[in-house]
Design a protein around this ligand. Structure first.
Ligand SMILES: NC(=O)c1ccc[n+]([C@@H]2O[C@H](COP(=O)([O-])OP(=O)(O)OC[C@H]3O[C@@H](n4cnc5c(N)ncnc54)[C@H](O)[C@@H]3O)[C@@H](O)[C@H]2O)c1
Length: 329
């Protein structure tokens, strides 16, 4: 297939584009930033919030994967306009799909489930916009809603994937984007203490990037073939791990002793999430292959091989009082 990938300079976009190309698809990326990792696929530098006219320079395509977004939850609490930009990007991409009759794969998030600790595992049907936790979450809920409306009004064919804490290859450009696993790796390598926002019980579902990309690739094939259409699907490992365990696994891989302290959670953040991944298995015959204790050593090895990308992040962001949640609702 000929596949347009937006957000192709980002972590998931870079991994996905290379993977799709490896298996014989033609990839055309779009991003507003240069790709600092690879020159192995074609892409266009374009700001997707630009009003109207997306795609004049795009080659003909069979399917669009829309990954471009401001993807950092707390950053959007501080700068909610970026959440609006996420929704505008989705709108622009949807209009391009509508004009060209193209199916769409969209990258949503576990943040759409909120932080209400209502379920042991979150199945796709448990999302409820009344529990919207943050502007980032709102931007993804709004994007999903637009997609569902385009399916009803204009016959859009889509798959929505909800990811959770994707880590591994191409994620350690910390000066651009601070993510928890690369941040822990960097701090532990420097023998610095770690702060966990959200307490010792904070539990998330970490997904190794190859598992995430494998799920998306299966979705692309199925949507392209018309065998799985108009579905919303969790892609995660399907197991909860505390952030303490993640830090301990990293520390033990490096042979260091972690010093961990705790604070209340930050505004907007989810503090407990474990995905129900049965739908991805049933529809796409997908099963994640890399549990956290196998993924962490690979992530640490990647980080060690590419220290230049993390070199200028000082890692001493100091939250203000207003950055913290007052109470879990
Ligand atoms: N990585 C995760 O753990 C995770 C979890 C849930 C959802 N997601 C979603 O998956 C998608 C990909 O995530 P990622 O981790 O690769 O993020 P990323 O930040 O590494 O990549 C996103 C890319 O979008 C690009 N972008 C942002 N604004 C743009 C604009 N106006 N025009 C063009 N390009 C623009 C950025 O330059 C960046 O390269 C995002 O939509 C994110 O919200 C990611």
């Amino acid at each position: 297939m000929r596949i347009i990938v937006t957000g192709s300079s980002g972590q998931i976009g870079t991994n996905l584009a290379l993977r799709l190309q490896d298996v014989g698809h033609e990839v055309f990326g779009v991003d507003k930033r240069l790709n600092t990792w690879t020159e192995d696929f074609r892409y266009l530098l374009q700001d997707l919030t630009f009003p109207g006219g997306l795609g004049d320079d795009y080659p003909p395509a069979d399917l669009v994967v829309h990954l471009a977004a401001h993807a950092k939850v707390h950053e959007l609490v501080r700068e909610p306009r970026r959440a609006l930009e996420n929704s505008i990007m989705t709108f622009n991409v949807l209009e391009y799909c509508r004009a060209n009759g193209l199916p769409l794969v969209f990258s949503s998030t576990r943040e759409v489930y909120g932080d209400v600790h209502r379920f042991d595992e979150y199945g796709e049907a448990t999302a409820d916009f009344a529990f919207t936790e943050s502007p980032y979450s709102a931007s993804k809920i709004a994007s999903e809603a637009l997609i569902y409306s385009y399916a009803r009004c204009y016959g859009l064919r889509y798959l929505v994937f909800r990811f959770s804490n994707v880590y591994g290859r191409y994620d350690n450009d910390l000066s651009r984007m601070v993510r928890v696993i690369p941040l822990f790796i960097q701090r532990l390598l420097r023998h610095q203490p770690i702060t966990i926002y959200g307490g010792s019980e904070k539990t998330l579902d970490f997904t190794y990037v190859d598992d995430c990309v494998d799920g998306i690739a299966r979705g692309i094939e199925a949507l392209g073939a018309g065998t799985v259409v108009n579905e919303t699907i969790n892609l995660a490992y399907g197991q909860g791990n505390t952030l303490v365990r993640a830090a301990e696994l990293i520390a033990s891989d490096m042979g260091v002793e972690p010093q961990i302290s705790f604070t209340p959670s930050l505004l907007g953040e989810v503090t407990h999430y474990i995905a129900d991944i049965r739908k991805a298995h049933d529809l796409l015959d997908w099963r994640p292959q890399v549990p956290l204790d196998e993924g962490i050593p690979q992530a640490v090895a990647w980080f060690r091989e590419h220290p230049e990308h993390a070199a200028d992040f000082v890692g001493d962001w100091v939250p203000q009082e207003t950055d913290f949640k007052l109470a879990v609702t």
